[in-house]
Design a protein around this ligand. Structure first.
Ligand SMILES: Cc1cc2nc3c(=O)[nH]c(=O)nc-3n(C[C@H](O)[C@H](O)[C@H](O)COP(=O)(O)OP(=O)(O)OC[C@H]3O[C@@H](n4cnc5c(N)ncnc54)[C@H](O)[C@@H]3O)c2cc1C
Length: 404
């Protein structure tokens, strides 16, 4: 009989298997996809942002942040680096603490993990979907699409519902519920946002660096980076980064308004001074043509129309400082209403999952059911973009692998 069955050959499942097998355990992994690590292959646009050098608590979200702090005790970024070195994968450090495989290929992460499993004698069975788990005489009986298997220990490393096209399913949550676990409700995060605006088709295709702000109580959350206007709404790295906070607000409100600074590298005063230099009092040039000297053409009408300046000329604005200032204000605080997301198909991660108050942070074992373990995204933990989600998955895998 195998000592431990792991459900899911993804990030946390394969690390759990390797660490457990190195400790002499006989390990079986059941994977529903036709190959291992399908989601991993898509990470970091195929480059796999494998970890982050600074996995501070403020980069993670959960109903129980204490759990994350405890999981990370004794496991720094160096532990991850050492683990990957031990399977032959060198890591390189990039901007903002982001870490990548030296090959800059997610494929090498998957192949080296799979190869290490094979060398250690871990049995991986693909095209096997686990349907149900129950307990009989202190053993877990795992029913799957090709039969059943019994084991004293089972690790639920199924991930969560994000990216269903890559294998994201709710199964892990369902298994946890069967054993009486409380589930924290999920919503998609690191996701593109939809908008009810009528002019989306006109804006579609424009990509600008922006500072995106979202009001939260008396404060504003700000994220800076590329923003891409699309036919459904808005995307780009800054939008993915702020999406978690938007989605949280959308639980209580049907729309949320973002404020985009379309020229974040210049202050309002600098922009006004720059514009003033090219204003000519007698010019009959349409304002919307003149503005192309500063900003993408597709953004001009949405900037001028609310100010009723879409028919104005350069001459008319050059003698009206208030109009110039309000135009600059539109550029520096462009209002964009959103009403939802592209859903799990577009999301990198699902929030929510198994309530971490019911899981031992030092072993990943359920506090309700001995021999039942949870790792990775199935738990109510998610992180910022930047390698934090995989970082959590690897550490969970190491913890679970050691304790099973
Ligand atoms: C497009 C994209 C890009 C991303 N980029 C990054 C990045 O660069 N950096 C980062 O840190 N994070 C990134 N993430 C997030 C990261 O991939 C996940 O957080 C991480 O893979 C979760 O690991 P896991 O072990 O919990 O689950 P997964 O890696 O999702 O593995 C779970 C496995 O379980 C299998 N499974 C599920 N149910 C069953 C069942 N019933 N029976 C059998 N098998 C089952 C699934 O098929 C899957 O292979 C990205 C996600 C996506 C979608």
């Amino acid at each position: 009989m195998v000592n431990v069955v792991i459900i899911g050959a993804g990030a946390s499942g394969m690390v759990t298997a390797i660490v457990a097998a190195r400790r002499g355990k006989k390990v079986l992994i059941l994977e529903k996809n036709n190959k291992v690590g399908k989601k991993l292959l898509a990470t970091g646009n195929g480059k796999c942002n494998i970890s982050n050098q600074r996995p501070t608590l403020d980069r993670f979200y959960s109903h129980n942040l204490k759990f994350i702090a405890q999981v990370f005790e004794g496991y720094s970024y160096q532990s991850i680096k050492q683990f990957f070195k031990s399977i032959g994968l060198e890591l390189i450090e990039g901007k903002e603490g982001k870490v990548f495989p030296m090959s800059l290929q997610a494929l090498s992460v998957v192949e080296l993990l799979a190869c290490e499993c094979e060398e250690l004698g871990v049995e991986i069975r693909c095209n096997v979907t686990v349907q149900q788990i129950h307990k009989e005489n202190n053993l877990y009986v795992i029913k799957h699409t090709q039969g059943k298997v019994s084991t004293p220990k089972v690790v639920i490393a199924t991930g969560h519902i994000s990216a269903p096209q890559l294998g994201g399913v709710i199964d892990g949550v369902r298994f946890a519920q069967h054993f009486g676990h409380n589930i924290i409700k999920d919503f998609p995060t690191l996701v593109q946002l939809t908008s009810p605006r009528k002019d989306l088709k006109e804006l579609a295709g424009v990509k600008v660096e922006s500072r995106v702000s979202l009001k939260q109580g008396n404060q504003a959350i700000q994220k800076q980076g590329d923003v891409l206007f699309t036919a459904y709404g808005i995307s780009g790295l800054a939008i993915l980064d702020i999406s978690r906070f938007v989605m949280e607000q959308l639980i209580h409100s049907s729309t949320v308004t973002l404020e985009l600074d379309l020229m974040p590298k210049m202050s309002s005063d600098q922009l006004i001074a720059l514009m003033k230099k090219s204003l000519r009092k007698k010019s009959q040039k349409p304002l919307e043509v003149w503005l192309q000297g500063f900003i993408n053409k597709k953004l001009i009408r949405p900037i001028l129309e609310p100010l009723k300046l879409d028919k104005a000329t350069v001459g008319s604005i050059s003698s009206n400082t208030i109009q110039l200032e309000s135009m600059v204000n539109q550029i520096k605080a462009f209002s964009f209403t959103v009403n939802g997301s592209r859903g799990y198909k577009g999301a990198e991660v699902a929030t929510g999952g198994v309530d971490t108050r019911e899981v031992d942070a030092k072993t990943m074992e359920s506090k309700k059911e001995k021999g039942l373990y949870f790792t990775g995204e199935v738990l109510d933990v998610d992180g910022d973009r930047g390698g934090f989600n995989l970082h959590f998955a690897w550490v969970c895998g190491m913890q679970a692998g050691e304790s099973v």
